[in-house]
Design a protein around this ligand. Structure first.
Ligand code: FAD
Length: 290
């Protein structure tokens, strides 16, 4: 089923879409444990699960498609395959699209990706909108895209970033997933700007449950998300107490989601970090809202 149809079906229930992100583990050992992880995540009945794609690995033997196949065929949940394009040429992208078609995978999250300095660039695609156009011309896929409530780090300003986002949507993106954020007001302001710009596809709010301090510092560095003062205070207070910080991180994420749902968000996308314990805890906190 295409993600667009999932949104249409869910709309009839008056509830937001719930989806998860997972990544293919790098280590052999973790890859063996992925079945147990998937089983627990799928037991939470997400509307779909997206699987990330590394920048610069083998396009053909990638674990992303393998995991997506498993999610679809073994667990009966719809997968979205992420696809990045800075380090892949048109031929490689076509090979992956062929793999997806052969396996009945209909949903792609089309991304530019970031530069991996250890891997040569291919220069067939410069931005995600070019990948979207290419996929669109290759077959009947649903295409999702990424968006940035606090502006993409490389964009000169928010207006330019929104104009570029509109270009991506006009090229064929029919669903957006947001970068993680901790300040809901930033998301609401962003959402309003998308509507003013004529972007009318559903926007899922990306939620990253915080489990430890180093994780959040890394994330804030990578994506530039603002840490609200009240959350900073919590992180500071429980810096030395892992268990308390875990509880506080879960409570913060649940609060964020409750507020988003009360404000009629289109969907909640949980960055699970392949951690079923965290995801179960969050879903338990919102089980009557979704
Ligand atoms: P684009 O939409 O191409 O935008 C990148 C920058 O270029 C922006 O500043 C934008 O304003 C500008 N721009 C866009 N189009 C144009 C244009 N036509 N002309 C001029 N400027 C333009 N990375 C991975 O490697 N693997 C993953 O699986 C992955 N999954 C992700 C999932 C989500 C939900 C998100 C939010 C990010 C993910 N990323 C992933 C990270 C992503 O690859 C980076 O954020 C990357 O820097 C931007 O990708 P994009 O597709 O948003 O780029």
């Amino acid at each position: 089923m295409k993600v667009t149809e999932i949104f249409e079906e869910k709309k009839k229930t008056g509830k937001p879409v719930l989806s998860f992100e997972i990544f293919p583990p790098k280590k052999e050992e973790a890859l063996k444990n992925i079945d147990a992880t998937l089983e627990r995540l799928c037991d939470l009945h997400p509307d779909f699960i997206s699987v990330t794609f590394g920048a610069g690995g083998s396009a053909v033997d990638n674990q992303t498609v393998e995991l997506a196949k498993k999610i679809k065929n073994r667990y009966g949940v719809e997968p979205i395959v992420h696809l990045t394009c800075l380090h892949y040429g048109k031929e490689e992208i076509s090979t992956i699209l062929h793999q997806l078609r052969e396996n009945g995978i209909e949903n792609i999250l089309a991304l530019r990706g970031d530069v991996n300095p250890n891997v040569p660039m291919k220069h067939d695609f410069r931005y995600a909108n070019e990948l979207v156009e290419y996929i669109k011309a290759q077959g009947d896929f649903h295409i999702s895209g990424a968006c940035y409530p606090e502006t993409h780090l490389e964009a000169p300003d928010a207006v330019t970033d929104i104009r570029n986002l509109k270009r991506k949507v006009d090229a064929g993106v029919s669903h957006l997933v947001s970068q993680l954020f901790f300040d809901n007001e930033a998301f609401y302001r962003f959402y309003e700007k998308t509507r003013i710009a004529g972007i009318d596809v559903p926007v899922e709010a990306g939620i990253m449950p915080v489990t430890n301090r180093s994780q959040i510092e890394r994330m804030v560095n990578i994506c530039g998300a603002t840490l609200p003062r009240k959350f900073e205070r919590v992180l500071h207070k429980y810096d030395e107490n892992k268990e308390a910080l875990f509880d506080a991180g879960m409570a913060y994420a649940i609060n964020q989601i409750v507020d988003l749902i009360a404000n009629d968000v289109d969907g909640i996308h949980i960055y699970t970090m392949n951690n079923p314990k965290v995801t179960e805890r969050i879903c338990d906190g919102i089980r009557n809202l979704i």
